[in-house]
Design a protein around this ligand. Structure first.
Ligand SMILES: CC(C)(COP(=O)(O)OP(=O)(O)OC[C@H]1O[C@@H](n2cnc3c(N)ncnc32)[C@H](O)[C@@H]1OP(=O)(O)O)[C@@H](O)C(=O)NCCC(=O)NCCS
Length: 207
């Protein structure tokens, strides 16, 4: 549903095919502990988390209204996207088997580019874990998904997101329109970072 980054990279066919393979075969455990690929069996628990406006209000590309059925359809669509190498929806699970967070990675293999949208369950927000968690996800996108560019958006008033994105070193590129599933637009803050910029800041990939 989301649009690719403003900056256009043209990936060679071999690079795009490699990214598609990585997305299709990704091991969610490489993102962190207790991570799983979303399946329809998670629909009820994920819908419960997303129904909380503290979780979903700042996010433009969720299905609305948020119900168990709409969330199940969204999970199924993400599985289809993953089978083509275009997206992956990863959940973080708590000790009771409930969904405690999600990350949806949209990938444009032909442009060696990706985006992440995600949220943490309300009881786990504001504990000072967002900056480290986001940085881990950005590094994972460069190293595990293998893309060369990440574009990120946030609602104009989403101070926490802006804080974690800029702490990771993303370049602010002003604003852009984000297209909602219903075709309407939300004005967003917009940032980009390349893999080279990431490695310059955080060091070369291990190995
Ligand atoms: C965005 C989100 C993932 C951040 O995770 P979090 O664990 O709640 O964030 P933290 O408690 O680590 O706070 C992140 C940073 O914002 C800062 N912050 C918190 N409230 C703030 C405010 N009102 N204004 C400015 N900065 C603020 C924190 O101090 C922290 O910065 P620091 O690490 O330099 O101290 C989480 O809040 C969330 O899921 N929100 C709802 C969905 C959402 O907005 N998703 C992102 C869409 S782009």
């Amino acid at each position: 549903m989301s649009d690719p980054p403003v900056t256009v990279i043209r990936a060679a066919p071999a690079e795009a095919a490699d990214i598609r393979r990585r997305v299709r075969e990704v091991d969610p455990a490489t993102l962190g502990p207790d991570r799983v690929i979303a399946t329809p069996a998670h629909a009820a628990s994920l819908a419960r988390m997303l129904a909380d406006p503290r979780v979903s209000d700042p996010i433009y590309d969720l299905p609305r209204p948020i119900t168990e059925d709409s969330v199940r359809a969204w999970i199924e669509a993400a599985a289809d996207d993953q089978s083509r190498g275009d997206a992956v929806l990863i959940l973080s699970m708590d000790e009771d088997g409930e969904v405690a967070g999600y990350s949806r990675f949209s990938v444009w293999p032909d442009r060696s580019s990706a985006e992440i949208a995600g949220a943490t369950r309300a009881d786990r927000q504001n504990r000072g874990q967002g900056t480290a968690g986001a940085a881990r996800s950005f590094g994972w996108m460069f190293e595990v998904l293998g893309v060369r560019l990440i574009g990120l958006t946030a609602a104009l008033d989403n101070a926490r997101s802006a804080r974690v994105i800029e702490a990771a070193g993303f370049r602010s590129m002003g604003e852009r329109d984000s297209r909602r599933p219903d075709g309407t637009f939300r004005r967003s803050l917009y940032w980009e970072m390349t893999a080279d910029e990431w490695r310059e800041r955080y060091g070369p990939r291990p190995g």
